[in-house]
Design a protein around this ligand. Sequence first.
Ligand code: SF4
Length: 198
Amino acid sequence: MDPIAQEASPMKPAPMKKEQFHLLSDIYTVIDEAWNKTAAQYGFLCEGCEDNCCTSLFFHHTFIEKAYLVHGFNQLATDIKKEALSRARSYYQKTFPDGEMPTSLKLICPLNQDGKCIVYQHRPMICRLHGLPHELHRPGAEAFKGPGCSAGPFESHLYIPFDRTPFYKEMARAEMDFRKKTGMTGKIKETVAQMLLF
Ligand code: SF4
């Protein structure tokens, strides 16, 4: 399938309009505000660093985020999209050499061009949450504590509570609502490259 054509497929929701993403957009706004507030308390500025989080092998698990990312991607100029899709194909071939098990090669995300995210307003939740020390609470499991990225002043600073749990809950709610409206079903676990290609 030509990804630029953006037809619907079992793994790709049909193209959506901006107003259909209100719920997700609101969640992203809350995440961004909470992240910025906590980062400011640490005195942490996320600016170009060697340990670029866009080289992390992130997987994304919601159709609604995929649809929103693709929605943002579709607004880019055709030549920019073509270049990004070419990078996505190369990323996918190198990361999934046997088509199944991923290999983390610390490759830069295909949507990072010259050090900048070209879909910044539409980037997924994990890209927005990355960097700060955090906690996550799952029913019936011990609280998970995650470290901050190596660019921050986190080791020499007392932990400032940053709980991802409410964001994950709201995202699950938005995903359920999206699935009801679009009929999308099943599991999704994709890198940005896969979200663009399939
Ligand atoms: S979507 Fe944007 S912020 Fe997220 S990894 Fe790719 S380039 Fe970086």
